[in-house]
Design a protein around this ligand. Structure first.
Ligand code: ATP
Length: 458
């Protein structure tokens, strides 16, 4: 029998997302048993699975379904001269102000978003006792030391972006991949920034993961490819279920542009705290390759056989954050509704993103149902990520799966033992159909691969 949906609310706060992540073991504050360490998070089972799916969808779109982009995994620690040449040592800074009264530090360009330490002031500088210093540039790179001697010669940096690892491998990749522009190099990996202000859960942390792709093109084609990648990246988010009304492209003003960029547009998402950057899509020109060629003495260019000349390709860079994307997917998927007088919370995630695709549940823990359910589960899990759950009432087990976003539930009941059929429950419609257990793994794998759009679109 299908449960009937009565009403639906769509607004979600960040607190509700944080609570669900904690309740269902997606994300924990790091070092919790020691009282926590600010803005650092650990990912639990479902968090890891969801994150992996986000990354896998990016790899699919960037590499598996194309012929012009290759993968790379470069080291976090790089030669310190990389950061000199890239301009990060000099220019990867945010303006910082200190308050002499409360001792807190703020980003000078984000004072209106910051919270003052003193009441009744809301924002730094608004209270009569606020005593802000002049702004000074603060470098966001984490410094560390390599080897046993701690002196200036041993200074190294934790990379603040994955992009430079790509540029310094341009020559290696070009030789090995035998590609010609336009072609791309894609990488996913950890980056580190000593952000002045963090917050909004996993939106801005000091350690995070980036998905970056550098697309090398003939210089005169750069504007065309910039537009192409803006369209592609918007499509990626909407195809994975983000509602188009919650997504926009915002071109940077001239004074916002990074030191390397001639044009950047941000993909912004309507997060609970307002429109904020999800991904940046920059036209980096030939800045990086030229800088590294100058500093290293290596030629970083492409020799065009047909034209008989060498040139430095221009670069289009879609740079996304894994953690921010994951947060956006969760926010967009979060829903509550009333079902037969009880509140149901669920994540209406795209099946390809859902941590678990199907839960296999014996109706009761007796009469051979658990054993039969396990057999069915083992057949299914060979094809799609599945979970077996026999603990607690069936309603409770459904609710649990709804909250982690499992799109389908397979229930093994008395009739299964007689005719080999099971019920297949749909997370979004709550419809239940009777289907043969045989071949269910294949059937579900086919369903995961089908195009999908958010049921919240109506
Ligand atoms: P912001 O303006 O929010 O600081 P940014 O413009 O400095 O971001 P980029 O350098 O363009 O960010 O990095 C590309 C992507 O990496 C961002 O769009 C974001 O998704 C992710 N990212 C950057 N900094 C952080 C961070 N501190 N925590 C989590 N993700 C981040």
């Amino acid at each position: 029998m299908a449960e009937a949906a009565d009403t639906r609310a769509t607004e979600v706060t960040l607190e509700e997302i944080v609570a669900l992540c904690k309740r269902r073991g997606f994300i924990f504050p790091s070092s919790e048993i020691y009282g926590g360490v600010g803005s650092t998070y650990d990912y639990g089972h479902y968090g890891v699975l969801l994150r992996n799916n986000v990354k896998d969808e990016w790899w699919r779109a960037m590499v598996r379904e194309r012929d012009d982009i290759v993968a790379l995994d470069s080291a976090i620690l790089q030669h310190p001269r990389v950061w000199e040449a890239s301009g990060h040592l000099e220019g990867f800074t945010d303006p910082l102000v200190d308050c002499r009264t409360c001792g807190l530090r703020f980003r000078a360009d984000k004072l209106e978003d910051a919270q003052c330490g003193r009441k009744p002031s809301k924002h730094p500088g608004e209270f009569s006792e606020c005593d802000l210093t002049d702004a000074r540039e603060f470098n966001l790179m984490f410094e560390t030391h390599v080897g046993p001697v701690k002196d200036t010669a041993s200074t190294a940096y934790l990379r603040p972006e994955t992009a430079q690892g790509i540029f310094i491998n341009f020559k290696n990749v070009l030789q090995f991949a035998r590609k010609k522009p336009p072609f791309g190099i894609a990488q996913i990996g950890k980056s580190f920034r000593n952000e002045i202000t963090t917050g909004n859960f996993i939106f801005r942390t000091r350690e995070f993961e980036q998905m970056e792709m550098e697309y090398f093109v003939p210089p005169d084609q750069a504007p065309k490819w910039h537009q192409y990648w803006m369209d592609e990246r918007m499509r990626w988010y909407t195809e994975l279920g983000i509602r188009p009304a919650n997504l926009m492209l915002r071109p940077h003003d001239a004074d916002e542009l990074s030191h390397y960029s001639s044009a950047t547009s941000d993909v912004e998402y309507l997060f609970p705290m307002g429109w904020s950057e999800l991904e940046g899509i920059a036209n980096r020109g030939d800045f990086d390759l030229t800088q590294h060629a100058k500093a290293s003495g290596e030629k970083l260019e492409y020799f065009d056989q047909e034209r008989g000349e060498a040139y430095v390709p221009h670069v289009i860079e879609p740079a996304a954050g894994v953690d921010r994307a994951m947060l956006a997917f969760m926010v967009d998927a979060y829903d509550t509704e009333e079902v037969e007088g009880r509140k149901r919370t669920l994540l209406r995630l795209h099946p390809r993103l859902a941590p678990v695709k199907v839960a296999v549940l014996p109706l009761v823990s007796k009469e051979g149902m658990p054993e039969r359910a396990r057999e069915i589960y083992e057949e299914i899990r060979a094809r799609v990520p599945a979970e077996y759950d026999e603990g607690g009432s069936i309603g409770k087990r459904y609710r649990r799966q709804d909250e982690i976003g499992t799109p389908w539930g397979v229930t093994v009941d008395g009739r299964t033992m007689e005719d080999g059929t099971v019920t297949l429950r749909d997370r979004d419609t709550l419809e239940q159909e009777r289907v043969p257990a045989a071949g269910l793994g294949d059937r579900l794998a086919a369903k995961v691969a089908e195009p999908w759009s958010s049921p919240k679109l109506g």
